[in-house]
Design a protein. Structure first.
Length: 298
């Protein structure tokens, strides 16, 4: 019979600890453009909220001769004057109140209504989903510009009527996004577990599905607000916006388009404000989507 023995030298050897490699945590890229967009939106919101106490002239008050070019003489003349000698800087600040108010209010109303309908359609399905999808497709099939022009021609142009018309345009978009997100999250295990435990549909929608749907909708919110600001500017440019002398960015472009050859700053200054605001909102929306939309990380 053969026996195998282990030598004393082999049994006395103790394993030498090996240091594991240290892997540094991945660093998130910080884009200067994104933070600049946040800063621009912050400055713009503060200026719009504090327009009444800022050291600038009123939006209907002449400060110098008409059509002055931008200069460094004073704050009111920093961006020049319009055809009536009013400060373009002051009118841009007060115009931010109108454009941002309409864009944010319409986007918020569309978010609330569209999310509610999308949740109901995506979760309940069957006839409820069919009716909501039919209404959504019908609203999307209607030309948006014709709808806005029809409302502006029938009703008196005001912040309320323009906001209501723009809200109708945003509801179908949020309905589709909320419906798709609800269908995706309704098949998850925690939702099925809640059903098996006897939870009501209302509790499942509010407690289980809605918190997971909101990040994607919230990230899409700035992009919709940017589109609404452009739509409001288009209405004002066509003469169906807020009536004068209350300024809006699109109305300022409309007022200066006849003098664009001789005084281009009357058009380019408010156009630059719209461009920077819309660009910033789109960048912020993309940044929020990459950070908070869980469907991009799952």
């Amino acid at each position: 019979m053969t026996t195998f023995t282990t030598s004393t030298a082999e049994s006395d050897v103790t394993p030498v600890p090996v240091a594991l490699p240290v892997v540094p945590a991945p660093k998130r890229k910080r884009s200067a453009i994104v933070y600049s967009c946040y800063a621009w939106l912050g400055v713009l919101l503060c200026a719009a909220l504090l327009a009444g106490v800022l050291p600038v002239a009123g939006y209907s008050e002449p400060v110098d001769t008409s059509r002055l070019r931008p200069g460094l003489g004073s704050i009111d003349l920093l961006l020049g004057t319009d055809s009536f000698g009013r400060s373009i800087l002051a009118r841009c600040i007060h115009g931010a109140q109108v454009s941002l108010l309409i864009g944010l209010m319409a986007a918020t109303a569309g978010l609330v209504v569209g999310t509610t309908l999308g949740l109901l359609g995506g979760y309940l399905g069957r006839r409820t989903d069919w009716v909501i999808s039919l209404l959504t497709d019908a609203m999307l099939a209607f030309p948006p510009l014709i709808l806005l022009l029809a409302l502006a021609s029938i009703l008196t142009p005001s912040i309320t009527t323009i906001t209501a018309g723009l809200t109708l345009l945003t509801i179908p978009t949020f309905v589709r996004l909320a419906r798709a997100q609800t269908i995706a999250w309704s098949s998850r295990e925690f939702v099925r577990a809640a059903k098996n435990m006897g939870a009501s549909n209302t509790r499942i929608l509010i407690k289980e599905i809605l918190p997971n749907v909101l990040p994607a909708l919230g990230a899409f919110f700035p992009i919709v607000a940017a589109a609404l600001i452009v739509a409001e500017g288009s209405l004002s440019f066509l003469g169906f916006g807020i009536p004068s002398p209350r300024p809006s960015w699109g109305g300022m472009i409309n007022d200066g388009r006849s003098s664009i050859a001789t005084d281009p700053h009357l058009v380019f200054v408010p156009a630059a404000v719209i461009f920077l605001t819309v660009f910033a909102l789109n960048q912020v929306g993309d940044h929020l989507r990459q950070r908070f939309d869980r469907t991009m990380h799952d």
